[in-house]
Design a binder for this molecule. Sequence first.
Ligand SMILES: Cc1cc2nc3c(=O)[nH]c(=O)nc-3n(C[C@H](O)[C@H](O)[C@H](O)COP(=O)(O)OP(=O)(O)OC[C@H]3O[C@@H](n4cnc5c(N)ncnc54)[C@H](O)[C@@H]3O)c2cc1C
Length: 432
Amino acid sequence: MTTPTIVIVGGGAGGLALATRLGRTLGKRKRAEIVLLDRDTTHVWKPLLHELATGVLNSSMDEVDYRGHSSAHFYRYQRGSLTGINREERRLQLAPIQDEHGLEVLPARELSYDYLVMALGSISNDFGTPGVAEHCHFIDSPQQAKAFQRDMINTFLRYTDPTLRQHTQLTIGIVGGGATGVELAAELFDASRMLNAYGVTSLDHQTISVHLLEAAPRLLPGLAERISQTVKTELESMGVTVHTNTAIKEAQAHQLVTNDGEVIETDINVWAAGIKAPPFLAELGLTTNTKNQINVATTLQSVDDERIFALGDCASCPMGESGTVPPRAQAAHQQATLLAKNLANHLAGKPLADFRYRDHGSLVSLARYDAVGNLMRSSASKGLFLEGWLARQAYASLYRMHQLSIHGAPKTGLSWLVDKLNRYLKPRMKLH
Ligand SMILES: Cc1cc2nc3c(=O)[nH]c(=O)nc-3n(C[C@H](O)[C@H](O)[C@H](O)COP(=O)(O)OP(=O)(O)OC[C@H]3O[C@@H](n4cnc5c(N)ncnc54)[C@H](O)[C@@H]3O)c2cc1C
């Protein structure tokens, strides 16, 4: 009997945890060949991207090299960007990979699979709003986060010279008052404080203005009202101008135009209002919803093909009467855990288990010193409300849990120690 090949497309929060688990079980015992396909060469946990964007996180410390990781965990890594699927022949079509000068590094190729797991995440949803694609930053990938960081540092520096300034205040407009927008707004104030400490003394809270714009009546509309209220109060005390009930109808190079016609002059625009799965998913012949997410059953199998599974942000998995599992790292992680069991069951001819999302609560980081949220949520209780240092520690532990799932306990412990040491050895912020 030939060894079946399980291809996982996307080594993010869910895909990398799944590849690690399957590698350590099926891969190590040679019961299946596990292949992880990703367009990038390294993994950065997506909830860290707002820290990467402001330079508070230096990605070289926290990125995982797929090639090195795969050899230690009994799976095979393939670099490639998925563009299409031939379901009859069970083959994936991969786009050529080019370097930054446009030179081809890898040609267009095909890759065979027996089982396929789609775990390629999501991108920001601009809802077709004019000017957004051209004039707003997105924080969906490490490359985009680094591009924002470069623009931010250059704009900050430009403000140190009165002849290069656009306005008297440096203004950053963030569209979307969900977790990404809120966390980025807080990090920006922290970053400006640190730059000030590193000698860019012309920047202070008077020269920086951050506008956070949310179309819903409150920030963090998906979370409990008490969290929204506390976050709003905290952000406003830092100096962020919060606009609720404010939708953006157009973005221009240095402006955001609201539905009421108000024009907000800006130096940098960021778009973080909602997500959608990559558009090509809607053209694969699989059933998708209006956000291009693949419709899956509770076993995480596509409703069209029992050998194709999907998890995380690119999947639409039923939850309760009429809802779907939210696009969260904890959901992707829980789905990876179930899928590791379901794939082993499928190979062994056993029935598959159903996915049940357990919402362990939500924490929102407000830069280095603070966080707000609730833990131990269930359908019967709102959970334990946390704020301040304790919430900050709980927030940090989410990343440690992700590290635990992909590195194991000894390496996660060492990485914690290295982070502590680096607080003394390195600047707190990446300054280039
Ligand atoms: C700034 C920010 C903060 C967040 N904070 C939180 C939080 O505090 N808590 C929480 O629960 N969630 C948070 N989230 C959401 C969370 O990051 C996502 O829900 C989670 O990462 C989804 O996991 P995933 O495995 O589905 O996709 P991802 O983690 O996004 O991984 C997708 C992978 O697919 C790869 N890929 C994409 N397209 C292709 C292709 N065509 N071919 C090959 N590879 C491809 C990508 O390179 C990437 O490695 C946050 C998100 C952001 C942006």
